[in-house]
Design a protein around this ligand. Structure first.
Ligand code: SF4
Length: 74
């Protein structure tokens, strides 16, 4: 039986891979594996509205061009 706290869109969500990074995983745990009905993406989808490709569950946006954060040394 499926876990009812797992978002039904998780397997195909375009931001799921990004949210699986160590720095972002807390959001995956909170939203995708928890209160997914509070996710901004989920809400827009349920309303039949367009969902921006890079919209994150808390309403921020995934960086488009930098797959990994740049580290400044020195
Ligand atoms: S980001 Fe939102 S729509 Fe995507 S899997 Fe997580 S809870 Fe579901």
């Amino acid at each position: 039986m499926a876990d009812s706290h797992i978002c039904p869109h998780l397997e195909h969500c375009p931001v799921a891979e990004y949210l699986n990074r160590p720095s972002e995983r807390i959001y995956l745990q909170i939203f995708c594996e928890g209160v997914y009905h509070q996710c901004k993406r989920y809400g827009l989808r349920q309303a039949g509205a367009p969902v921006p490709e890079n919209l994150l569950p808390y309403g921020g946006y995934k960086p488009e061009m930098n797959p990994l954060p740049q580290e400044t040394i020195g």
